[in-house]
Each structure stands twice: as structure tokens, then as C-alpha cells.
Design a protein around this ligand. Structure first.
Ligand code: SF4
Length: 363
């Protein structure tokens, strides 16, 4: 499908995807098996063509506010799992307001409020509702929440108070692997929370890890599992072994598999949001991920921020280079630029049924 075909055929392939062609499992297997640099570049080329058809050179930017690193869970891959003896923090409302002020008037389309499953908020969800309400008032932007699994009532309350997007990653749709990664957590409850959120008008994001024991069959299961839920945003991230976790000794794979999967996601979810996270390889890594077909930059933080990321490639670095201005500057060198807020609101509105707040700008 990619091997031994010229660029005219690649253009036709991209056009077929735009016209609704669906990849078979055999196609997925073939694409996931690519190893030759030339073939992988062809895959990225098709993915970019498809992305450009739907989004032009426009990119969406999400700022990341990791407001609590406490967690009651024990995910084997995660630095913040409850058994890891690390320094943790929980921001108070004034600190959150200060971050909002630092981000005001920057090129940001959505604020992502992330926490571990912190009992302080999970046992008293009203405290989290207050944060969502406050950030909405301060920023006036769409809000993504990444709080872990919350019950239906809380999700409804959060929605009523300004939450637009729920990010809840399954990490894998291969149940056997899930039990090894999200130790002791229900596969179904996680699925249910995403499905319920979608039903009540949230946009939803699902995500998977790669390089964490997923072979090709397992990856196909995950890709199909994500597809079933019709997410608005789909993510893949390379597993990075974290100190003090059960998987700290696992050797890290390169980002090659992630980049291939980003392109495959673009072919499976042509008009959906697909992120290039700054959290894995910083701003250079962002470029590779956008070149593989992503159209969103995530994990943007204010320039002077000492907040955590999820993976934190830059935990030891002084210069973090993850602020909005650095991102926009680099995008421009790639011939890309931030989309308008109207473009983003149109996407949110299409999924949530809410009308866009400002006139739509055609891409
Ligand atoms: S992945 Fe999330 S739920 Fe799991 S341990 Fe880390 S912070 Fe907690």
C-alpha cells in the first residue's frame, strides 16, 4: 500500500482517505510493520496531505496546568503512582489564577486542567468544580479536564460549570496489557466515563501508549478500540521509563513507533485532533510529530513555570522552551501557524452541539 508506489499514487491514497476509505486490519498491520526510512517518510507524507486537506497549515495550541500530582492509583508506567516516594504538589486557587494570568493573551485555544486521581478532589469533587469555574471566568476559553475517572454526576456538574473536553486515556484497549499497566483499575469504568461524557456533550480524547509491551496485534486492538468510541481527539505517546516505578528498568524505544502511529491515526481519524506533545522530546519532537500528521500542540506551559509535565523529558533542564511564544515561533519556521479561536470553537461546537461563539473562518 505504501511500498513501491510513487508520489502520484500516494496523492491518490490520501485522496481516497479524504473520500472515506477505511483501512483494513491487514492495511494496519502493513503500515505498523514499516521499517525502511523511505517508506515511513511516504506514510508521513500521506498523513500530512490528509491533515492539510482538513486543517490547512493551522495548528491548535493547548496549555497544560498540572495542578495536583497526588494520586490514589498505582499505574505501573507512571512517575506519580501512589507508591513512588517523590515530592508532590497541589496548587491552591490563587496559584491557579496566577497561571491563568500568565497565559492570558497568549496564543492558546484551550486550557488543559490535569491532576492525578487526588483524593482531595475525588472525595470532594465540588473543589474541582470550583477550579473549572474559576479558570473559565479568568480565561474565557474552552476547558479540557484530565482528572482520571469521575462519576456521572461529577462529570455532569463539571460540564455545567464550563468543562468542554474530557481527556481520559485508556492507554491500551488490549485488556491483558491494561491490567499490567493500570494495575487494579476497571477497564469498563474508564470506558464508561468517556462514553458518558460524550453522551452529555463533552468532546473526548482517548490515548494509547506505545513501547510498553504492545506488539502489532495489541496495537491494532487499541486502534480499533479507540475507533469504537468515536473520540474527538486521539493520542499516542511513547512510554518513557520513570524512576521509582515498576517499569523503570524497561529499555526505552525510540519515537519511531509513535510517529508511525500518529500517521496511522491521521488515516483512521482524518478530521480529528491529534496532538504533538511537548512533554516527550520538547520543541524538536513537536516538529517531528507535526510532520507525521499531528495538528495540535499540547503541554504548553508559561515560560517561567516549574509545573510538572506527565513524562517530563525536561525535568532536569533549566531551559524548558515550552512556552506559547517559542512554540509559535517554531511553527512559523515550518510554514504553520496557530488557528483562530473561531476555528477551534467550530470544532468544539460540532461535537458538543454548542454553536461556535465567533464567526467561522474558512481554512
Ligand atoms: S497515570 Fe494517572 S491515574 Fe495512573 S498513577 Fe499516574 S496520575 Fe495516577
Amino acid at each position: 500500500m505504501i511500498k513501491n508506489i510513487d508520489y502520484w499514487d500516494l496523492d491518490r491514497f490520501a485522496q481516497d482517505i479524504v473520500s472515506g476509505k477505511q483501512l483494513t486490519d491487514e492495511n494496519l498491520r502493513e503500515l505498523l510493520s514499516l521499517t525502511e526510512e523511505e517508506d515511513i517518510q511516504k506514510l508521513h507524507y500521506v498523513a500530512r496531505k490528509v491533515r492539510d486537506h482538513f486543517f490547512g497549515n493551522k495548528v491548535f495550541l493547548y496549555s497544560f496546568v498540572y495542578f495536583s500530582t497526588y494520586c490514589k492509583n498505582n499505574c505501573a508506567f507512571c512517575y506519580y503512582n501512589r507508591c513512588n516516594d517523590i515530592q508532590r504538589y497541589r496548587l491552591d486557587m490563587e496559584e491557579i489564577r496566577n497561571i491563568c494570568r500568565a497565559l492570558k493573551n497568549e496564543s492558546i485555544h484551550m486550557v488543559d486542567l490535569t491532576m492525578g486521581e487526588d483524593p482531595y478532589f475525588h472525595n470532594d469533587p465540588e473543589k474541582f468544580v470550583d477550579i473549572v469555574r474559576t479558570v473559565k471566568e479568568e480565561m474565557g476559553l474552552p476547558i479540557m479536564i484530565s482528572p482520571g475517572v469521575m462519576d456521572d454526576r461529577t462529570l455532569s456538574k463539571l460540564r455545567e460549570n464550563g468543562a468542554d473536553f474530557l481527556a481520559l486515556y485508556q492507554e491500551t484497549h488490549d485488556r491483558e496489557l491494561y491490567q499490567k499497566l493500570r494495575v487494579g483499575q476497571s477497564f469498563e469504568e474508564r470506558m464508561h466515563a468517556r462514553q458518558f461524557a460524550k453522551k452529555i456533550g463533552y468532546c473526548v480524547e482517548d490515548g494509547i501508549l506505545t513501547g510498553v509491551g504492545n506488539n502489532i496485534d495489541s496495537t491494532i486492538k487499541s486502534l480499533r478500540g479507540m475507533q469504537k468510541n468515536k473520540p474527538d481527539m486521539v493520542r499516542v505517546m511513547t512510554f518513557v521509563p520513570q524512576d521509582g516505578t515498576p517499569l523503570e528498568e524497561v529499555s526505552q524505544e525510540s519515537s519511531l513507533s509513535e510517529l508511525k502511529i500518529i500517521s496511522i491515526l491521521r488515516l483512521m481519524f482524518p478530521d480529528r485532533l491529534i496532538p504533538a506533545s511537548l512533554d516527550l522530546e520538547g520543541i524538536d519532537g513537536m516538529v517531528h510529530r507535526l510532520n507525521a500528521g499531528a495538528n495540535v500542540v499540547t503541554s504548553i506551559i508559561p515560560s517561567d513555570s516549574s509545573l510538572e509535565g506527565v513524562v517530563n523529558y525536561d525535568r532536569e533542564l533549566e531551559e524548558r522552551d515550552r512556552d506559547p511564544k517559542s512554540v509559535v515561533k517554531r511553527l512559523r519556521t515550518m510554514g504553520m501557524e496557530p488557528a483562530s479561536q473561531a476555528d477551534f470553537n467550530r470544532i468544539i461546537g460540532k461535537s458538543t452541539g454548542k454553536p461556535a461563539e465567533v464567526p467561522v473562518v474558512a481554512i
